[in-house]
Design a protein around this ligand. Structure first.
Ligand code: IMP
Length: 468
């Protein structure tokens, strides 16, 4: 049986904590997309580990797999494995031979393109994710399997590197160095290939996982990022270049959709919204310079800024990988209804309700009013019965940016001893917080499996365990 974990919003929903919690009963934890743009913190035996590529389960003695849908930077991979070994762990990490390799020119081009794009820049993590997926789709990528095959590696590099060099130098007018040098790349990546082979790390992902499932083992499929930054279902072009949605779990591992569909798909929701990157955000509170479009600190409302700063600091809303302050906002229900449909959630984990404790009032963007300038025909989204409100996100980001959120207010809840709540169970959650949680669950017609009431994995109220 598989349990698939998917971010329901814009990434950073606290998936790591849930993977960690439910991953305890899993034998294998496999990532199916993304690369070292993800960031997760795992606390194990009182020690904190910050990882961006190695699946968190590997810290706890599980087999961690990077599926074929991932893009793998071998430098980051070995740095993380070596750092874990130095701290006395022995992570068992496998990498799909079909996964694509992030090369130094991908990182360089990620930075160059972001600079060029100006208003269209997605505010990427700069890890070379987009350019690597571009080469994958353009059939000029280098795969993990090629690192083990010197002739194939050389052939691939000889074809692709001159194109990348010309792009950087002639189109973008940049100087290039060893990141675009075939011999240097060949020597370095050949060595990575030797190490992958020596440590017997490469697998045919689908076969590897199916064998474990056939042996009655439990496999967790870990999505990175979130539904609204999915390249197909997110706020294009301010998205990542892969499919964090549940469909990605099948394509990105080689397990059939019927296999993934027989298991659970758990949507991870943060009780408010956070966003690293650019693009519109109808329920945003305040703003962050360089990320919020047209942000003017001088014209911002002081109350909103104060509230945003409070939530940002209480929730530690600073990027794990980049340290950037995240934009914050109220929960966006049209975004969540869209995510529930696109992923087919069977259960929800709602995190960080402790962060909102102590506020007099907690709001949610229940629906959107659409701008009068938009005719009904170019606002394709689910509507309320009277047709006046949008209940899900419209398909274009420009339309989304013109949506005004209609808010619903909930009475706030008090700060309590959340560790005690986690121990006592769901009914110990303050009543107003339960009203809030049940509203979300009812709107999404999906049961709540877990509620995060603090940063540690013990600080989770477990309502349902997926494979029991
Ligand atoms: P990229 O994935 O580095 O190409 O970045 C594309 C967009 O996805 C940017 O807006 C990033 O901020 C966002 N993004 C990428 N990874 C994460 C993540 O792990 N959490 C939240 N946002 C992310």
């Amino acid at each position: 049986m598989t349990v698939t974990i998917v971010g329901a919003q814009l990434g950073d929903e606290g998936k790591g904590g849930v993977v960690d919690l439910y991953g305890d009963t899993a034998d294998v934890v496999a990532r199916y997309q993304g690369g070292d743009n993800a960031g997760h913190t795992v606390v194990h035996d009182g020690e904190e580990y910050k990882l961006s590529l190695v699946p968190s389960g590997a810290v706890r003695g599980k087999v961690g797999v990077l599926g074929n849908g991932c893009v793998v930077n071998p430098e980051t991979l070995f740095e993380e494995i070596d750092a874990l070994r130095e701290r006395g762990l022995d992570p068992d990490v496998r990498v799909a031979e079909r996964a694509h390799v992030i090369l130094p020119y991908h990182r360089a081009l990620d930075g160059i393109e972001e600079e060029e794009k100006d208003d269209l820049a997605a505010g990427t993590t700069g890890r070379g994710i987009g350019p690597t997926y571009e080469d994958k789709a353009g059939r000029r990528g280098v795969r993990i399997g090629d690192l083990l095959d010197p002739d194939a590696l050389r052939d691939r590099l000889e074809y692709v590197v001159p194109q990348k060099k010309a792009l950087a130098e002639e189109v973008f007018g940049k100087e290039t160095g060893e990141a675009f040098d075939i011999d240097h790349l060949y020597d370095t990546y050949r060595e990575f290939g030797e190490r992958l082979a020596e440590e017997d790390m490469t697998v045919d992902c689908g076969t590897f996982l199916q064998e474990r499932i056939d042996a009655d083992e439990s496999v967790m499929l870990e999505g990175a990022q979130g539904t609204s930054i999915d390249i197909d279902h997110g706020i294009y072009p301010y998205v990542t270049s892969s499919n964090p949605t549940a469909g990605g779990a099948t394509v990105g591992t080689g397990l059939g959709p019927t296999v993934v569909g027989q298991g659970e798909v758990i949507g991870i929701i943060k009780a408010y919204l956070s966003r690293v990157g650019t693009g519109p955000l109808p329920t945003e509170l305040g703003g962050v310079e360089g990320q919020t479009p047209d942000y003017d600190p001088a014209g911002a409302s002081a109350d909103e800024e104060e509230l945003a700063t409070y939530i940002r600091d209480e929730g530690g809303e600073y990027g794990t990988v980049t340290g950037r302050p995240r934009r914050v906002g109220w929960l966006d229900m049209p975004m969540l209804r869209h995510a529930a449909r696109a992923n087919g959630f069977t259960g929800l984990a709602i995190n960080h309700i402790d962060v909102l404790a102590g506020l007099d009032e907690v709001k949610v963007g229940h629906s959107y009013e659409f701008d009068a300038a938009d005719s009904a025909s170019n606002q394709n989204a689910a509507r309320s019965d009277d047709g006046d409100e949008l209940l899900t996100m419209p398909p274009t980001t420009e339309q989304w940016g013109r949506c005004e959120a209609t808010f619903k207010a909930f009475d706030g809840w008090e700060d309590v001893d959340w560790a005690a709540v986690a121990e006592e169970g769901y009914d110990a959650i303050p009543e107003n917080a339960r009203t809030y949680l049940e509203y979300v669950s009812d709107e999404l017609e999906t049961p709540i499996y877990a509620v995060g009431v603090g940063p540690g994995r013990e600080e989770t109220v477990i309502v349902e365990t997926p494979d029991e």
